[in-house]
Design a protein around this ligand. Sequence first.
Ligand SMILES: [Zn+2]
Length: 314
Amino acid sequence: MKVIDAHCDALNRMMLRPDIDFHSSEHLDVTLERLVASGSAMQLFAVYLSATLHSPGFREVLQCIDYFYTKVLAHPQMRHIRYAGELAQAEAEGKIGAMLTLEGVDGLMGDELYLRTVFQLGVRCIGLTWNYANWAADGVKEPRQGGLTLKGRQFVKQCEELGIILDVSHLTERGFWELAELSPRPFIASHSNALDIAPDPRNLSRAQIEAIRDRDGRIGLTFIPWLVDTTRPAVMTDLLRHIDYVASLGGGHILGFGSDFDGLSRKTEGLEHAGCFPALAELLARHYDDDFVRGLLYENWRTFFERSLPVSVI
Ligand SMILES: [Zn+2]
């Protein structure tokens, strides 16, 4: 069973503990060995500069990307995925794809040159915010619940020109609808669940899920326990309710997973690290047919990225 996981924070762990490497199963949920063991076809790695790093700037963005190159891509089993066709190529060679994403644009400081630089370094998905406000937009925990700033709107256009995929996880609902109006292209929620199943503002309302479905974007259901179940400690089977709900809205084909491994202080039971995907695949196989399971774990993300990644001009 092949797997694509649309979100992890392993690079942030490396920022906080520069001594750890990509094998450190004691300190990391996502390690090379676990990706191999779980049949990973591609892992997305977020550049997320947590609040513990005081006012992170562009230098910190570059430092995080440097760890992606020196700690992750340095392994010959890993392949950097930047352009359409590269994932298929990596799979044909038996390699695991690795894609760079950016969670919160704070460190780009509204500078288009910085955006172009991270694109050239391989960033292919960008979420405007983490939970709070920055120069581009408001995150879901910002009390005023604003949308996109003027600069944020310009930034969205610049991302589109480059072929960068926008990610709405963490964005306010107002920001979501402003982005949807501004941008005709499919976007993703890399790590969010269904609000009607788990009422947390980080999750997506029915209307949001339908909007993503209508433009053939993607949703990565996440293992963040308080987004899986808001009333009690979450277990793996609770994810089925989110899957069934989105499928009931005609959105089964837009679903994948975005674990948020290495970003969590608590875990969903049974989904503690990247080596748990085979157990999830077993659970899914007991409830859904083979094609649907393959879609959830791999194929829905694969088709999306194959279609959405820019075509190399080199
Ligand atoms: Zn996140």
